[in-house]
Design a protein around this ligand. Structure first.
Ligand SMILES: [Fe+2]
Ligand SMILES: [Fe+2]
Length: 475
């Protein structure tokens, strides 16, 4: 196993001390990163003591250390999963050849773009979530928010390390840009649309961590197959941290639903207006938030047919999630049936070369994975004896990217007229009044063990600590 140096100014397991030029360059970037964190990281809590886990090893059995830390003092490290000896390229034209320890010149620009795009999402999400501390429903949730935030910042470090170590001058410039683009900045926005959408309330935060962090999981899974071994190792370790982010979303939504169930039972009604008078989130409202964040995240996989995706695959830069589980890793003479709009208000099936359909193939795996939590939430509803089912909309619904962009459909994916879509929009997507209602629920609760009225308490605390532990000490 690679030794982790925790004493260095930048903790790492990449022998940073053995490369003085690289070490200096990253130590030069570090204060700028900290400035960014102070300015655009969690607002109002930089002096608080937070119970956080820190990645301090890449050992599958114990890779994190828990302790109380002020966020600006968090030890953001550069940690790559251990090298797999004799690892071979797992897909594309170079299938079976040795993986690369350096960047091949002909793939330099494409690899840099992939790393920059991934890297850009990490600080973006911290920026999107920066004001949420002001309205946290409990100290437990506040701590989870900060855990997600510091780890997204570590993921930024992971990508910045690759840019500095393997891409020379333009890599260093790109690393600077990652701190200059800002979520929602009209002049210099983040690269992908979803990462410019504000996350103003905690229901959106749970949806984001469930749906959008899961997009992250799938992007990382694809990059973890890359022929560029340092990228594969870096993303493999990032996936270890990612699981908790999705847990925050999954369990958060579950708790919102549990609380709604309690109130429905107490009042003996499922009338949204009545439930809102009692300060809980009605299920149709949960459904509309699901529709919104799911569709926004589904767009992140890109166009159904994509020549970029095809060349990333052909060249071994970005594979499919769990590539070893596929039978054919070359996909040269095979096709995939894409469902596309027929231009006359219907759906048509078109065969495209398999490699061109990679985005859609990855999206399908993502949609399946999303459905797992949804069925868990539905079990909570069913157990309470309530007749309501949360569903994922069809992936054709409300698309802004790809063949279905701007094609109006209902949530089942059936094409409809623009007029019908406009007329029924508020039935399917959060309306102004839905959003205003959710915002009205957002009141900060910071007394240990106390919880806001719109959400049920968690089933257990962090790292075997009790639920009412003081996870964040405010000063
Ligand atoms: Fe991340
Ligand atoms: Fe994440």
């Amino acid at each position: 196993m690679t030794a982790v140096n925790l004493q260095d100014q930048i903790p790492n397991n990449v022998d940073l001390g053995g490369n003085r030029a690289l070490q200096r360059a990253l130590e030069h970037w570090q204060p700028r990163f900290l400035e960014w964190w102070q300015e655009l990281g969690p607002a109002g809590f930089q002096a608080a003591d937070v119970y956080l886990r820190t990645a301090t090893s890449v050992d599958a059995k114990g890779w994190a250390t828990y302790g109380t830390v002020k966020m600006p003092d968090y030890r953001w490290g550069i940690l790559l999963a251990d090298r797999t000896p004799d690892r071979k390229i797992g897909f594309g034209d170079h299938f079976g050849e040795d993986v690369w320890q350096e960047v091949p010149g002909e793939h330099r620009a494409a690899l840099r773009n992939l790393i920059v795009t991934q890297g850009d999402t990490e600080p973006a999400s911290v920026e999107q979530q920066r004001l949420l501390g002001r309205t946290c429903p409990s100290l437990y949730d506040l701590r989870n928010l900060f855990q997600v935030n510091v780890e997204e910042a570590r993921h930024l470090w992971a990508m910045v390390y690759l840019l500095h170590a393997y891409f020379g001058r333009d890599g260093r410039e790109e690393a600077e840009e990652l701190l200059h683009r800002h979520s929602g900045d009209p002049n210099n926005p983040r690269i992908l649309a979803t990462f410019n959408e504000p996350v103003r309330d905690w229901l959106s935060f749970y949806m984001f961590t469930y749906f959008t962090d899961r997009d992250g999981k799938y992007q990382l899974k694809c990059l973890a197959e890359s022929a560029f071994d340092p990228l594969a190792r870096s993303t493999r370790f990032m996936l270890t941290e990612e699981a908790h982010h999705m847990f925050v979303g999954d369990s958060g939504i579950s708790r919102v639903i549990r609380r709604a169930m309690e109130m429905m039972k107490e009042l003996g009604t499922d009338d949204p207006q009545l439930l809102r008078q009692h300060g809980v989130v009605d299920l149709p409202l949960v459904q509309r938030y699901v529709n919104y964040w799911f569709t926004s995240s589904v767009d992140l996989f890109g166009s159904e047919a994509s020549s970029n995706a095809a060349s990333y695959f052909a060249n071994g830069l970005k594979g499919r999630p769990d590539e070893p589980t596929f039978e054919d890793h070359v996909c040269k003479d095979t096709t995939y049936a894409l469902e596309l709009p027929d231009g006359k208000g219907g759906i048509t099936t078109t065969e495209v070369p398999m490699r061109n359909a990679i985005n859609e193939i990855v999206r399908q795996s993502y949609v399946k994975d999303c459905a797992v939590g949804v069925s868990r939430w539905n079990r909570v509803i069913k157990k309470a004896g309530v007749d309501f089912e949360i569903t994922l909309p069809n992936r054709r619904f409300r698309r802004n990217i790809g063949a279905w962009a701007g094609v109006p459909t209902d949530p089942r994916g059936t094409p409809i007229s623009a007029d019908e879509f406009a007329a029924r929009k508020d039935e399917w997507l959060p309306s102004e009044s839905d959003r205003a209602y959710v915002l009205s629920l957002m009141q900060q609760v910071t007394e240990p063990g106390k919880i806001a009225g719109w959400i049920a308490p968690p089933e257990r605390g962090i790292n075997s600590l009790p639920v009412d532990y003081e996870y964040v000490k405010l000063h």
